[in-house]
Write a new protein. Structure first.
Length: 554
């Protein structure tokens, strides 16, 4: 009589795949016709040799039948891949490197913990790296890896002749010379598998660590080995740059083994994003669902609408970051520590106030600028009319003198009547002769260039203002703002200008972070403070000082 393998009681329970046969065939076209094989456990009493040859040889079958995890309710259960996990795993069967932009609670970290644990048990000589957001997350992953080992059937361990040889806070190693490393960063370790969790949050909190991961750890991952980067969106940072690059290379048809393939996981595809309790729809929710149905050619079900409305009540502006329906929606969401993102998205983006063709040649135009030679030099073109601040254009560069920027400004063809300049425009530089024999200021130099070129615009040097007062002025201006979509840099500044992160204390500081977004934010602050410097006309809600430059606006 053939020797039989002891089948654990959990195997005898019918474990149905959490996707339909149609979804299975779509995700795994090369496995079409084999849905029932992967859907069902091995039959009780199966011969050991057949079980090993037919079932244990298939990784996809193993991933859905032999590993025990702790579910969201704290109960042990057999791990079964949901739709999002199948979608990601299917992508890696065709391309080894995948970058995942996702909504919350899709189970992607769990998938790769189980998948890499499976590789460690069923392979040899592999270094598998799981990079966590922080020390607490790393410790949690380590405990979950230990649970997988402890819950794994003794029959499987015996069949693979594998035993645990190392168990410490950073490494989990087996007798087959496979090691699972769980850390917050990897420097010189050579890896055959890598999973990076919440890379967007890492990039925000520690840009140097994110850059080191890209230039160091990823370069140590050999060609053809699996590398996974996943995160919710966190604004413009290293994760977004990599996501954009992945989309660009796929759309251009130039995907290579070193590139990342992009996979987006929408909340609309998550079967857990349903709620039976009916919720009242307000105007914003109704417009949001109508927009999704038109844009994506789908029907948002009643239960999905209920879920989103309830989640929005809890998360408010963060709903689009945590539960995006499209990649664009994810990256225009609010992020922790940002000054303006939530207000900008709720008051401008969601209200359809990002639109083209807002320049009116009948209205005077002003520019406000932030000086920089070796740093960013930023120019914003704006108009005011009937309760709207119109941000109509932008320009930024570095390494050029004032003349270059004036030529660009005048070359845009707008009726520019005033140059609003920062307070340091009045600083006089030694070694240059200006008016009255005094050292020449940048204002003097600009006026001389105006006189030479016959430019009649006024020059206004703005007073220096405090950061907090400026932040409040911008927040006051944003609901009155309309912005042209070509002003991509300023839109990025509105979404990403944020407080500085204290890596030691793991908190946001009260001071702004000085980076590429702070320059555009400085210009917005100048515009806002200048606009609300005096009293406001109660009839037209027009800043009084604006009437000095634009007869059309009052």
């Amino acid at each position: 009589m053939a020797e039989t393998l002891l089948i654990a009681s959990s195997y005898r329970t019918l474990l149905v795949l959490r996707i339909t046969e149609e979804q299975f065939n779509d995700l795994y076209p090369d496995l079409k016709g084999h849905y029932n094989f992967f859907n069902n456990p091995a039959p009780a009493g199966i011969a050991k040799a057949e079980f090993e040859r037919v079932y244990l040889k298939s990784k996809l079958w193993r991933l859905n039948h032999i590993y025990t995890i702790i579910d969201k309710n704290g109960d042990p259960c057999i791990f079964r891949m949901n739709y999002a996990q199948h979608k990601v795993y299917a992508a890696t069967r065709h391309h080894p490197r995948v970058i995942i932009l996702k909504s919350r609670q899709q189970g992607i970290s769990t998938l790769w913990l189980v998948s890499y644990f499976d590789d460690a048990v069923f392979s040899k000589n592999l270094n598998l790296g799981l990079m966590a957001q922080g020390a607490d997350e790393a410790a949690t992953l380590l405990e979950r890896a230990k649970d997988l080992w402890e819950q794994l059937s003794s029959d499987i361990k015996e069949y693979m002749q594998v035993r645990l040889t190392k168990d410490n806070t950073k490494e989990f190693a087996f007798s087959n010379k496979c090691s699972i490393f769980i850390r917050t960063s990897f420097r010189s370790t050579t890896l055959q598998r890598l999973h990076i969790s919440e890379f967007g949050k890492i990039a925000n909190a520690n840009p140097k660590r994110a850059k080191e991961t890209k230039t160091g750890t990823l370069q140590a991952l050999g060609k053809g080995n699996t590398g996974i980067i996943e995160s919710t969106a966190e604004g413009r940072n290293e994760f977004k740059y990599m996501w954009d690059a992945a989309q660009l290379v796929v759309n251009s048809g130039q995907l290579s083994p070193k590139d990342f393939y992009p996979v987006f996981l929408s909340w609309l595809d998550d079967p857990d994003c349903l709620l039976d309790v009916d919720q009242a729809e307000d105007k914003e929710a109704r417009e949001y669902f109508e927009d999704l149905e038109t844009k994506l050619n789908i029907t948002v079900t009643r239960k999905q609408r209920n879920f989103w409305i309830a989640q929005r009540r809890e998360l408010q502006g963060d709903i689009f970051q945590e539960y995006p329906a499209t990649p664009e929606e994810a990256f225009t969401a609010a992020r922790d520590g940002s000054y303006y993102s939530r207000l900008f998205n709720e008051s401008v983006v969601r209200q359809g106030r990002v639109r083209s063709g807002i320049y009116d040649p009948n209205i005077d135009c002003e520019i406000t600028l932030d000086l920089g030679v070796d740093d960013y030099f930023v120019v914003i073109f704006h108009q005011w009319y009937r309760g709207e601040w119109r941000i109509i254009d932008e320009y930024w560069n570095n390494g050029y003198g004032l003349e270059h920027y004036v030529d660009v400004i005048e070359g845009r063809g707008y009726n520019v009547v005033n140059y609003n300049c920062p307070h340091d425009m009045a600083v006089r530089e030694l070694g240059s002769a200006g008016r009255g024999g005094l050292a020449k200021s940048r204002e003097d130099a600009l006026q001389e260039y105006f006189d030479k070129e016959g430019i009649s615009a006024n020059i206004t040097v703005l007073a220096k203002t405090g950061i907090e007062a400026g932040l409040q002025a911008v927040r006051r201006m944003i609901p009155m703002m309309v912005i042209d979509p070509r002003c991509e840099y300023i839109i990025d500044c509105l979404n990403n200008y944020s407080k500085e992160w204290d890596d030691k204390l793991q908190v946001w500081k009260k001071t702004p972070l000085h980076n590429e977004f702070s320059h555009g934010a400085d210009v917005l602050r100048q515009i806002a403070v200048n606009a609300f410097e005096g009293e406001v006309d109660s009839n037209l809600a027009v800043p009084r000082r604006q009437s000095r430059y634009s007869g059309h606006a009052v």
